[in-house]
Design a protein around this ligand. Sequence first.
Ligand code: SAH
Length: 259
Amino acid sequence: MDFVNFDPAELAKFQALADRWWDPRSEFRPLHEINPLRLAWIDGLSPLVERKVLDVGCGGGILAESMARKGADVLGIDLADKPLKVAALHAQASGATVAYREISAEALADGCEASFDVVTCMEMLEHVPSPDAVIKACARMAKPGGWVFFSTINRTPWAWLIAIFGAEQVLRILPRGTHDYRKLIRPDELKQAASRAGLELRDQRGLGYNPLTRNFRLHRSLRVGYLLAMQKNRRQPAMKKASSSNQPRMNETDKAPPA
Ligand code: SAH
């Protein structure tokens, strides 16, 4: 049987919480709070109006819908059906025009080579068995010169202290077990995987949280959460289809030092 690049236990976490996705005081509060920051950053680098945009691992559609409101033509994809249903209902109620599909990035890439001006894949790679395969699929689906945005969490003891112990056990802004330290991804690992897929780094930002003011902000340090903006090489040789079946996790193969 073909290797399918998802972890049922990871999807189950998001299925179980789906009905609370749009409650800004719920487990998804961090996503609601970081959304204006990441949206402005993306739109500043690559204006979204009238662009064709793919949001990979869109969940309940917080980012996808906000990009549609900026005038983009957005398709959101995810493998968890409940968040997708919530996303579709919310878009209907709010009048946003977004399309949603239950499909993996790798499967969509087979029919959507070089199809999108912008591909976003936020807070998702750390929940996937082979992030490398998702990165390749995102790169394949971007048009030459198109933009690909990733965000995830660094894998360092400091990131564990802040993003797992602090966020899940002390501040309790995320449910326990949201993140597994071993699946976190160092910026250099993500940059190297993206570069192998034909993407060039254009900008990077760290995500900071002030527990006193309870505010998120974008800053320079990539020590905990971070976002990367990449652009697809214009003179790219045709890329081979991602063969994910026997690929080790990239954080087992790349020995990048901590960022
Ligand atoms: N990107 C959204 C949601 C992040 S939550 C945002 O930042 O607002 C992580 C999402 O990734 C969940 O909706 C989960 O269902 C999805 N996900 C996890 N593994 C996946 C996979 N292998 N393929 C597609 N989506 C996946």
